[in-house]
Write a protein that binds this ligand. Structure first.
Ligand SMILES: NC(=O)c1ccc[n+]([C@@H]2O[C@H](COP(=O)([O-])OP(=O)(O)OC[C@H]3O[C@@H](n4cnc5c(N)ncnc54)[C@H](O)[C@@H]3O)[C@@H](O)[C@H]2O)c1
Length: 345
């Protein structure tokens, strides 16, 4: 069991990697509490939930909207939860993003905690205090920064995840190694079999290293004014592939990482050997799926990117494996590089 703390503005948020979900009562404050979860997680783990009222949403991104917030807020009012209460979310990134946002605005805010149940949420979504919901197709259009009191990452919950959800989370774990820690990446490469068989001890060690890296970034730059931007590595092209190419987040980010690494190589920052190593690693986990998005579609969508200033976009590149840097590149330059490397996918 490892405790990793995120310290921001007089608040400490503790992430416990390797803790069992069944010990949750040790972490709950002595307050009236409710549980927010989704129907899949409830079906598998509901019998083990502590005896608080449970509100379950329909699984998936389609629930991540203001209607769900309104519906849940109504249910909390009915149960008489007030500002002295507590919200426990049990689920993946969708449940955590919704519950964190609801807890931030319900009665002007009450404390909350997570049992993070998917690999994506253990390494990414439940770490860092970003909460929110979508408006139509615009992801996280309404949201805030607010840290949970605690996050429990129980690696044994990952055994019940569908394979594509598991691999999708793995892409974000690989990303943390690629941008910050080449040793983590080597260990992922060397433990491929154990990872694929979801060995709990290996997962506990890898998740905790990844969370430690993300926590260090968030502690330094909670509101993404600088350093935190490196976490977006692979996401500029990845988001286009996710929406226009209809791929699951992690798979799209994996392709986005290959493109960003290829552009880094074109810009003279990354060696061909390092680029090839990344491509081979992602391929070995079957994370690279073909997309059929024309280059013009990428430039069109990227030109609208919110990280764009004038003609240039802040883009995350690699200055060698394990070291990400943010550079301003013109969309033309980006697409010129892209045209040189798209055959890698
Ligand atoms: N807040 C952040 O910083 C941040 C970062 C990355 C992603 N996100 C958000 O996270 C969301 C994606 O997260 P996700 O991939 O966890 O999606 P998710 O919550 O939809 O979970 C994926 C699927 O797995 C199921 N599931 C979850 N845990 C399970 C378990 N232990 N066993 C069996 N099934 C389980 C869910 O019911 C769902 O069907 C997106 O909305 C994304 O925007 C947020």
């Amino acid at each position: 069991l490892e405790r990793i703390s995120i310290n921001t503005n007089n608040h400490t948020s503790d992430i416990y990697v390797g803790e069992s979900r069944t010990n949750i009562l040790n972490y709950m404050p002595d307050k009236k509490a409710v549980i927010i979860t989704d129907d899949n997680v409830r079906k598998i783990y509901g019998d083990e939930f502590p005896s608080f009222p449970v509100f379950s949403i329909t699984p998936g991104e389609g629930s991540k909207n203001l209607k769900t917030i309104e519906m849940l807020a109504g249910r909390l009012l009915e149960t008489g939860l007030d500002r002295s209460g507590f919200i426990l979310a049990v689920g993946g990134g969708v449940v955590c993003d919704i519950a964190g946002f609801l807890a931030s605005v319900y009665m002007r805010g009450l404390p909350f905690g997570f049992i993070s149940s998917s690999l994506l949420s253990q390494v990414d979504a439940s770490v860092g205090g970003k909460n929110g919901v979508n408006i139509g197709l615009i992801k996280n259009a309404i949201g805030n920064f607010n840290q949970p009191e605690f996050v429990i990452c129980d690696p044994s919950m990952l055994n019940s995840l569908p394979e594509d959800e598991y691999l999708s989370g793995l892409a974000e774990l690989i990303k943390m190694g690629v941008i910050m820690d080449s040793n983590l990446l080597d260990d992922i490469e060397n433990n491929r079999e154990a990872i694929l068989r979801r060995d709990t001890l290996i997962l506990e060690s890898l998740v905790s290293r990844s969370v430690r890296l993300k926590a260090s970034v968030v502690t330094e730059d909670e509101r993404e004014s600088g350093l935190r931007m490196i976490l977006n590595f692979g996401h500029t092209f990845g988001h286009v592939i996710e929406t226009a190419g209809d791929q699951k987040h992690g798979f799209a980010v994996a392709s986005g990482m290959v493109i960003a690494a290829g552009i880094s190589e074109q810009e003279g920052l990354l060696s061909v050997k390092e680029l090839t190593q990344l491509v081979e690693l992602l391929k070995s986990f079957d994370l690279l799926k073909k997309h059929h998005i024309p280059a013009a579609r990428f430039s069109e969508i990227i030109a609208k990117d919110k990280k764009k200033r004038g003609d240039e976009i802040s883009f995350v590149l690699l200055e060698g494996t394990g070291k990400a840097v943010v550079r301003n590149l013109s969309v033309d330059n980006l697409m010129k590089d892209y045209n040189m490397i798209y055959h890698l996918l």
